[in-house]
Ligand binder design. Structure first.
Ligand code: C2O
Ligand code: CU
Ligand code: CU
Length: 471
């Protein structure tokens, strides 16, 4: 039996389905793009102190820092190639910025303090305006006092809709965050202690989806779902197993990829990465299927959430074998015939400290080096001529995992430890395991000073960052 999927899914039907499911984790389709009118889409943000019921409605609320009062922040929805604008008003008692992670935007909209803009002072505002070229799953977060602000709740999903919605029955959004609580249900203070910084960063013991410890997510059998996952943790990696299901990865870091089933059924997602999954609900009505995270091994395995099938009849008897292929984004292809090459070494950490600087001060815990030149954080480590292709070899000399993120670009991951990637794919954040060497390439078509850093925030703020200039 073949199943016809309508090419445009009707909004009303989906809203009804969405309403039947666990509301916090379900995102009904919005109306199709307003592209015809081309009016700018506006979403204003106000970060400020707030209280949030992260541990559940009947537990004391936690003091957080939040965009528009909610943890995670409001879902910012844009439409591909349609102008977007946001006035950000700072309700905090310290400076902030908003970084639109993964969006290929003009440099002065990138939200990096002292590089692309001044921090937004308390009580002041800043107007961001740009047109997102790519559809996909992205996110936003501050880039000033990042450990302190993001670690207390400031992060939200950013979804750029395709002009034609792909024919999923519905989609779920999971913004993944973790928290370290004191017995009084407040956060453990600190956020960039030397110990957390030198090791793996802060790994909290409570993991939430969309800002709450999730209850079961109700699913109906016989549906084809898209799950957009955003890892908004400071430092926690995840390896998610959807027990009883075969999930298909359809996009990485917002960019559609050749669909694949992840090795060992484990969906690996590092801090700042996004994964879009196709989940066919092939389970049995009335049964529960846990989603397990076993990244940190047997002793740290936990159940992230339970997929709870309703007793309803399956919506369809069978689903097509072919996964849904998302339309590609207009990312310029790197020209590998004559690239500008650089070799960047990632150094530091507890087991490979950098010791002292020449003038006897303690060196930063982490660093990025290009030959003999060590990054000083905000000065460009090298310049790529505008229009050329950059081919960067990243070598991890440390004993730790680092998700390495480049602003302003989606780059092609070419190889890992000398082995070609089976399907070259785009990323804005690539994992370097201990001792890994990874080659990435991008066509340097977007001018400006672009941060390149580890997205374990404690590593970034302690030296694992640099700037790449395209000019
Ligand atoms: Cu999401 Cu510079 O980072
Ligand atoms: Cu970024
Ligand atoms: Cu790191």
């Amino acid at each position: 039996m073949t199943i016809e999927y309508p090419s445009v899914v009707r909004r009303r039907t989906l809203l009804k389905l969405g309403g039947a499911a666990a509301s916090a984790a379900v995102l009904p389709w919005a109306a199709p793009a307003d592209a015809a009118t081309s009016r700018a889409i506006t979403a204003d943000l106000r970060p400020a102190p707030a209280k949030a019921a992260i541990l559940g409605a009947n537990r004391p609320k936690t003091d957080v820092l939040a965009y528009n009062g909610t943890v995670s922040g409001p879902v910012v929805t844009m439409h591909q190639a349609v102008p977007f604008q946001s006035t950000v008003t700072n309700g905090l008692d310290q400076g902030t910025t908003v970084h639109w992670h993964g969006i290929r935007l003009p440099n002065d909209m990138d939200g990096v303090p002292f590089l692309t803009q001044k921090p937004i002072r308390p009580g002041a505002d800043f107007h961001y305006a740009f047109t997102p070229p790519d559809a996909g799953t992205f996110w936003y977060h501050p880039h000033e006092h990042t450990a302190h602000q993001m670690g207390r709740g400031m992060a939200g999903a950013l979804i750029v809709k395709e002009p034609e919605p792909p024919p999923f029955d519905r989609e779920l959004l999971w913004v993944l965050q973790d928290w370290a609580f004191e017995p009084n249900d407040q956060f453990v203070p600190g956020f960039d202690t030397p110990m957390e910084a030198a090791m793996s960063g802060r790994i909290g013991s409570v993991v939430t989806i969309n800002g709450v410890v999730p209850g079961p997510i109700k699913l109906r059998a016989g549906e084809r779902l898209r799950i957009r996952m955003v890892n908004a943790c400071l430092a926690r990696f995840m390896a998610l197993r959807f027990t009883g299901h075969r999930v298909t990865v359809i996009a990485l870091d917002g960019q559609p990829c050749h669909p694949f089933q992840p090795a060992n059924g484990q969906v690996i997602i590092a801090p700042a990465q996004r994964v879009d999954l196709q989940l066919d609900t092939t389970g049995q009505p009335g049964r529960d299927y846990p989603v397990i995270d076993d990244f940190y091994g047997r002793h740290a395995t936990y159940r992230l959430v339970t997929l709870a099938y309703t007793k309803q009849q399956p919506r369809r008897r069978s689903l097509p074998a072919q996964p849904i292929i998302l339309p590609p984004n207009p990312v310029p292809k790197p020209d590998l015939s004559n690239p500008i090459r650089h070799h960047l070494d990632i150094v530091g950490g507890m087991m490979g400290g950098m010791g002292m600087t020449a003038d006897g001060k303690p060196a930063p815990i982490w660093g990025i080096k290009d030959g003999s030149r060590t990054s000083d954080g905000m000065a460009p480590i090298f310049t790529i001529p505008l229009g050329r292709t950059a081919l960067l070899t990243l070598e991890n000399h440390t004993a730790f995992w680092h998700p390495m993120h480049l602003h302003g670009y989606s780059y092609t991951v070419l190889s890992r430890n000398g082995v070609k990637e089976p399907y070259p794919h785009l990323r804005d954040t690539v994992i370097l395991r201990p001792k890994d060497t990874v080659e990435i390439a991008f066509a340097a078509t977007n001018p400006g000073d672009w941060m390149f850093h580890c997205h374990v925030i404690e590593h970034q703020v302690n030296g694992l960052m640099t700037v790449i200039r395209v000019a």
